[in-house]
Design a protein around this ligand. Structure first.
Ligand code: URA
Ligand code: CA
Length: 441
């Protein structure tokens, strides 16, 4: 087999065989296909697309390109969740302990964030002592003993994605649904869970800006699940404004804890409970999603979810007292109020701009090597649709460094639109895709 023939076939609109896809992934990971040929194939895929079968074959070839996790020592159906990424999106910290408290083991591997704010791993690292980097053996042991673990993806997992994602990043081939689906699903499959719930974001803060594109990506990922025999449900949710009120690592952990303690009832809680309900549903723990919702609501109201988070933090070396006392989390030296410049209604809180503002404060990375400042970020006081008066507080900035502060404030203000009229209501969740098809709400 020759790489050139594979490139030509895809360039001309052909369908690649399983063997051709295996050859490409295997030889590329082994260093026997140069980056320029891999780049050419990625670009050909970008323009010609892939069938569901090709996407599933690519996913499997990638998933088995390195080490995989065998969760069979843990009894029952293990469930994982994944969000395609957003701003102020701390659902994992809420939903993983809630689902575990309902008796379904949650085994989650997570990446670090590149972009506006940290990923789940960075957020968890703001908890004093918490160690997200567990060996696969300890990962399995903690899931078995506690019912939930959230760990960083190990180096040996899915090397094909590490190499291909780095190449896509510099060749303009990230934003393709089949490539995103195979990248995400290969990691989920390698991490071993039997059932997977995806939260596909649509809006300015997400990979998929339009709702239609988000549904198509969700469908691609569910198709892969069907093909490889794992139960997958994907909700499509709004990311035109940040999901939670906090954007920044320790600030998001604090907000997640407040949700688990029953102290908050905003969009973040609503989406978290829905994801939890679907996790119980795909794991076969309930007959209907409505039953699942009742179960996670009970786990939250009874405090069993908060208790489970404590157990997970403690099992991973962290100080579990943060769940009772969030002042143990790192916090920036200075808090600055950002105020409305006019009267009106908030008609836009652009997730992308607000994420960028938080990154400028030090909450996210510019390059992989950058350090994150866990205590900084933004706490919103308003959401889209709220009425504001001139001078009223829109947000608080948690600041340690002044150097990019003005730029952060300008970026934030550009993203917050205040109009004369209340904006049209936007749904928080647009629908769900399962093996049974698309359901639009
Ligand atoms: N997240 C991933 O893990 N992979 C992609 O390709 C895009 C987002
Ligand atoms: Ca509070």
């Amino acid at each position: 087999m020759r790489m050139l023939d594979i490139i030509l076939k895809k360039r001309n609109g052909g369908e690649l065989t399983s063997d051709e896809i295996d050859f490409f992934v295997h030889e590329y990971v082994a260093g026997r296909i140069p980056d320029y040929q891999a780049s050419a194939l990625l670009m050909a895929i970008y323009f010609q697309g892939m069938t569901s079968r090709e996407t599933a074959d690519l996913t499997l070839a990638m998933a088995y390109s390195g080490e995989t996790v065998d969760l069979s020592p843990v009894p029952g159906i293990k469930v994982d969740k994944h969000s395609t990424g957003g701003v102020g999106d701390t659902t994992t910290l809420i939903v993983a302990p809630l689902v575990a408290a309902c008796g379904v083991p949650v085994a989650k591997m997570s990446g670090r964030g590149l972009g506006h704010t940290g990923g789940t791993i960075d957020k968890l690292e703001s908890i004093p002592g918490f160690n997200p980097f567990q060996s696969i053996r300890d990962f399995i042991r903690i899931v078995k003993e506690v019912g939930v673990a959230v760990v960083g993806q190990t180096e040996s997992l899915v090397p094909a994605d590490k190499k291909l994602y780095a190449l896509r990043d510099v060749t303009g081939t990230v934003e393709h649904k089949s490539l995103i689906a195979s990248s995400v699903m290969s990691k989920k499959i390698a991490a071993g869970a039997d059932a997977i719930v995806l939260d596909v974001k649509a809006g300015s803060g997400a990979f998929m800006r339009s709702v239609e594109d988000a549904f198509e990506l969700a469908q691609e990922m569910v198709n892969v699940g069907v093909y490889v025999g794992r139960r997958v449900a994907a909700i499509v949710s709004d990311m035109s404004q940040p999901l939670g009120m906090a954007i920044g690592n320790a600030l998001e952990v604090r907000e997640a804890i407040e949700v688990l303690r029953g102290e908050r009832s905003e969009a973040l809680k609503e989406v978290s409970l829905l994801l939890g309900a679907y996790m119980l549903y795909v794991a076969g723990r309930c007959q209907t999603v409505e039953q699942g919702l009742e179960m996670v609501e009970e786990a939250l109201a009874s405090g069993r979810g908060a208790q489970k988070l404590k157990e997970m933090i403690s099992a991973q070396g962290g100080d579990e007292r943060v769940v009772d006392d969030t002042s143990l989390l790192p916090v920036a030296d200075e808090v600055i109020s950002i105020r409305a410049q006019r009267d009106g209604y908030i008609s836009g809180m652009d997730a992308y701009s607000i994420g960028q503002a938080a990154r400028l404060l030090g909450a996210g990375r510019n390059t992989k090597e950058d350090a994150i400042d866990h205590g900084v970020g933004i706490v919103l006081h308003k959401r889209v649709g709220d009425k504001v008066e001139k001078g009223e507080m829109l947000a608080e900035f948690y600041v340690n460094r002044e150097d990019a502060l003005q730029e952060a404030i300008d970026t934030f203000n550009k993203g917050v639109i205040i109009g004369e009229q209340p904006p049209q209501h936007k749904p928080l969740v647009y629908g769900v895709v399962t093996h049974e098809g698309i359901e639009r709400w």
